[in-house]
Design a protein around this ligand. Structure first.
Ligand code: GLY
Length: 345
């Protein structure tokens, strides 16, 4: 891979070493199991997924367990402590998809800690794909999910208070500074916190089956009722077990516009490698947006049936975590297309 390797972090898993080499050295050289996920929160999420994958579990269980770690962390812009909408209410979106084209999602869900698990119940227990708002919450409660009190994280609380001073409705570019890196930061939350809003995860299990998950609080200070790409199958997530799986992060409107994750999978169907497929989807957005592309961030990550992986984004500041062994959980800087613009860009 041409990616710059940043750091390896699996020691803290505390698990007996599991080697993927037996798989890797097979004649087909398929790298499996494997899990990748967006942003640095993906490191911990991958650990949750890897516990399932290393014991021969199903990719579907891995991608649910993996992003549940992030939903519970309340340390970034996912889950009940995340940035609220402009009325101060946290609304959550999530979806999940397995190797049989089964899929489920929830949107604008309030007061539920694990929207990804509700999305899975939608997939497994209803004839539908997407439940929203009050109906999604009623379904969750009927399924035994407790109604939690909303409790913003300290960062989200501060950000919201700052935002209220101007109440300016302006999407903020998703960026993140990786450890040891002085990333150019075109924009950040009013309190100076790094802004990223979504965890997307795709995995292949030891049987070679693919699944994916995506969960988010959506764009900070969004309009009430706004739904982004993350709960939309084909936009925030897509899985085709014959080809590969992809997920997205960043400005959801522009991911929906191109059915982004589906597009990445379709590029892979043409034989294009995951990184190049992600790049082509990003180029599609830039072509549509023209000059305005520099005002947004979108990142895609993908894996294919060979266990190859890759990611690409519009501009610097996106990273993703890749795990395919007890001792291999690596944060990689996403390659980007637009050059850094002057401060404030
Ligand atoms: N990508 C998350 C959102 O736009 O809501």
């Amino acid at each position: 891979m041409l990616h710059r390797r940043r750091f390896l972090q699996m020691g803290s898993l505390g698990l007996t070493s599991f080697s993927f080499l037996s798989f890797k050295n097979a004649a087909s050289a398929i790298r499996k199991p494997i899990v990748i996920s967006t942003w640095d929160a993906g490191i911990n999420a991958n650990k949750g997924a890897w516990k399932v994958l290393r014991s021969g579990g199903r990719a579907l269980d891995a991608v649910e367990q993996g992003v549940m770690v992030t939903e519970a962390e309340q340390s970034c812009c996912v889950g009940l402590g995340a940035n609220p909408d402009r009325e101060g209410i946290v609304t959550l979106d999530a979806c999940i998809m397995d190797e049989y084209f089964n899929c489920g999602g929830v949107a604008a869900l309030e007061r539920i800690k694990h929207p990804i698990s509700v999305a899975r119940r939608v997939m497994e227990k209803t004839p539908h794909v997407l439940l929203v708002g009050e109906g999604a919450q009623q379904f969750a409660v009927a399924e035994g999910f407790p109604l939690e009190e909303q409790k913003l994280s300290e960062d989200a609380e501060k950000s919201y208070k700052e935002w209220l001073k101007k109440s300016e409705y302006k999407p903020i570019i998703n960026v993140e500074r990786s450890k040891g890196q002085n990333a150019f930061v075109p924009n950040k939350l009013p309190n100076g916190a790094w802004n990223h809003d979504t965890i997307g995860m795709v995995a292949m299990d030891a049987d070679g089956n693919l699944s994916g998950s995506c969960t988010t609080s959506g764009m900070g200070f969004k309009m009430r009722g706004r739904v982004g790409d993350s709960p939309i199958i084909g936009a925030g997530l897509y899985v085709d077990n014959e080809v590969g799986a992809a997920t997205a992060t960043g400005q959801g409107e522009d991911v929906i516009r191109i059915a982004g994750s589906h597009l990445v999978v379709e590029f892979m169907r043409q034989g294009i490698a995951p990184e190049a497929a992600c790049k082509k989807a990003v180029e599609r957005i830039i072509k549509i947006k023209g000059e305005k592309a520099k005002e947004i961030q979108v990142g895609f990550i993908a894996i294919n049936k060979q266990g190859e992986y890759g990611g690409y984004c519009i501009q610097k500041g996106f990273n993703f975590a890749v795990c395919y062994g007890d001792d291999h959980n690596e944060l990689i800087d996403g390659k980007y297309i637009l050059p850094p613009t002057p401060k404030g860009g």
